[in-house]
Design a protein around this ligand. Sequence first.
Ligand SMILES: Cc1cc2nc3c(=O)[nH]c(=O)nc-3n(C[C@H](O)[C@H](O)[C@H](O)COP(=O)(O)OP(=O)(O)OC[C@H]3O[C@@H](n4cnc5c(N)ncnc54)[C@H](O)[C@@H]3O)c2cc1C
Length: 403
Amino acid sequence: MKSYADVIIVGARVAGASLAVLLGRMGKKVVMVDKASFPSDTLSTHYLSHLEYLSKLDVLEEVEAAGLRKVNRMRTYIGNSFVEGPRSSYTIIPRRERLDYILVNKALSYPTVELKQGWQAVSLIKERQRVRGVRIKDRKGRKQVLCAPLVVGADGKHSMVAKWSGAEQYAEHSPVRPVFYGYFHNVRPLIEPATEIFLQEGRIGFLFPMEPGVDCLGLEVLPDEFVEIAREPKRFEEIYRQLYGMNNRLKGASLKGRIIGTPGVPNYFRTAGGEGWALIGDAGHSKDPSTGLGINDAFMQAFLMAEAIEQREKGEPWDDLVHKFQTERDVRLGPGYRLTLDYIQSRRELSHNEDALFQAMAANPMVWNKVVPHLPELLKQQSIPTLYQSVEHEARSFGFDYS
Ligand SMILES: Cc1cc2nc3c(=O)[nH]c(=O)nc-3n(C[C@H](O)[C@H](O)[C@H](O)COP(=O)(O)OP(=O)(O)OC[C@H]3O[C@@H](n4cnc5c(N)ncnc54)[C@H](O)[C@@H]3O)c2cc1C
């Protein structure tokens, strides 16, 4: 079979387009296939935990040029109290419509990269169990066959490439929480913008200050609240107004567009590849979005996959490379996965007394004077080890000294 490209990538968002950028840089002939046409939005908020990948992909400046806020504080509310602090680096919250489009265009700036948008992959071409390419069709029903030595599924959590290639799912956990979000204009801002997280009545509220006058507001709610909010989206705002300070801050604010939601996001790892195929991004690993790691994880996998493809050119067997990719992926993403599952599963409504005591302690400096020196020990004893490790890691940028 004559190859159309070195690599076919199904899915051209954060995972697929960033892999195409890296392969384009290496001079590889790449074709991205996506059933969407860009620019287009997708079901996702867009808190970016780390920005170094955008910088390495050489798109950070362009993403920031839209006038996004650089947010370097985080505030966590419990009832009517809150704790706020600096983060070791700033974050930005670019809409997916724009972020994905910038990445796609970056990839297309390399002459060897092509995009077939509005084309859906409908099946894999296999020869003696080895994947040789994909069959695609467009919205008018026209069909085409594309062959390549490698097909990468970057086609998200409902990945058909994963299904057709028989990728196995492991360490899985069914969706825990429904998520809803929407874009609001003119929410009264904090003096200094912060990512705001509200832990209230077993729910998690989040406010991402995207740019002056525009915020992304979200709620992870209890499973039995999904139908109610999906049927009556006004409930979203009613619940949001119960969060501390939000009734006032939402006066004069308006929803732009609609409230978007999902009953929940599946949690799993999948086999990362086999003969002639591989998976990156949500296609290979997905988790509840409460910790805002998915986009960053997709970038990380694109970088690892580009390395594997480079090594393959040097003659290393693909089986070994995929095995290494999967091991490295799972080692790097395992801690965030465990933290996310622990966070979302242990989230519960505080009892009346727990809440009353916390409100009384939060406003008492003598309590904090006594408690702060013991917090690290307490966290070590009470938490899963990775939580303390991640705190210690972040503390280094505030001068924490291991010695
Ligand atoms: C409600 C919600 C909120 C989230 N919030 C955050 C957050 O704040 N921060 C964060 O980091 N992460 C967040 N995430 C996670 C994040 O959205 C994902 O991790 C990320 O989108 C994964 O990117 P991807 O490129 O792997 O897949 P996707 O973004 O899902 O892209 C897959 C692409 O594949 C295409 N495709 C699928 N099937 C085919 C086919 N057969 N043929 C052709 N094309 C196909 C689709 O059209 C799509 O464009 C959130 C997720 C959800 C659901």
